[in-house]
Design a protein around this ligand. Structure first.
Ligand SMILES: C[S@@+](CC[C@H](N)C(=O)[O-])C[C@H]1O[C@@H](n2cnc3c(N)ncnc32)[C@H](O)[C@@H]1O
Length: 250
């Protein structure tokens, strides 16, 4: 039987719609999985050893330079580890995160700070140019596509505003990295993690319109020595663990 040519495009369209819906469903399931993981981890998050946050903490603060009355958005604030630091230095800070449970921990610890639930993969409900600075620590690994998020950060920053974000160093070599105590909660087993490369970060930064100000590569150092076995520390010390980008909206 000859193929009904007129029907072909329709079939193609419905196939496309079905494929697209599958993809959206998959995206949604993945987001939910990571959200569920953090909801589960929330009660123990602060007490659990967290080598990335510990090793980068001082450098992140040095790059954000929070000042009095500055409007700062702590995006993916978790339990508020950085949010409180900005608040203590007199900034008007808002913390957002998509995990309700992480936010509950943050809000209970710091009732004076405003925390809201928001998904970094969706449009943010803030006005254009509302913030002086944005901090986003150790969260972009959970986003499949970081470009729309960086564009949103660009939109809500004022001209001259600063974005600081930290991520696992793309060339981090985990061989020989061994913690003294095996954590009860293993993030990589419970959530979705995307290993973005340098090019992914640079492309997203450029496409959003940011200008590079500084890059800090943070090595494994004595700051996290107590978390690793002595043998492991000897092997891995000095390797880059985290990278922090400081960007300006021109
Ligand atoms: C490793 S924790 C870091 C938390 C905090 N920035 C800190 O330094 O302690 C990553 C955080 O990103 C949040 N997160 C992951 N994907 C997100 C998304 N799409 N939207 C909002 N928050 C997200 C998680 O809920 C979690 O609180």
């Amino acid at each position: 039987m000859p193929v009904d040519e007129k029907k072909r495009p329709k079939h193609r369209i419905s196939a496309y719609i079905i494929r697209h819906c599958d993809w959206l469903l998959l995206q949604n399931l993945m987001t939910k999985r990571t959200q569920k993981a953090y909801n589960k981890w929330a009660p123990a998050y602060d007490a659990d050893p967290n080598p990335h946050i510990l090793v980068e903490h001082d450098d992140v603060l040095k790059l954000v330079v929070p000042k009095r009355h500055e409007k700062i958005l702590d995006a993916a604030c978790g339990t508020g580890k950085y949010t409180i630091e900005f608040h203590k230095r007199g900034a008007n800070v808002i913390g957002i995160d998509f995990s309700k449970k992480m936010l509950e921990v943050a809000q209970n610890k710091y009732p004076a700070i405003k925390f809201y639930q928001a998904d970094l993969e969706k449009k943010l409900s803030f006005r254009n140019q509302q913030f002086d600075k944005i901090n986003c620590a150790q969260a972009l690994k959970h986003l499949r596509n970081i470009k729309p998020t960086l564009k949103e950060f660009f939109r809500v920053l004022r001209k001259g505003g600063i974005l600081v974000f930290s991520v696992t160093h793309p060339e981090m070599d985990w061989d020989g990295f061994e913690m003294k105590d095996n954590p009860d909660f293993v993030l990589s087993e419970n959530s979705d993690i995307f290993h973005h490369k340098f090019k992914d970060y640079f492309d997203a930064i450029n496409q959003a319109g940011f200008k590079m100000d500084k890059i800090v590569q943070v090595p494994i150092s004595k700051k996290i020595r107590h978390l690793l076995t002595p043998k492991s520390y000897k092997i891995v010390k000095g390797r880059y663990e985290v990278i922090i980008f400081r960007l300006i909206k021109p």
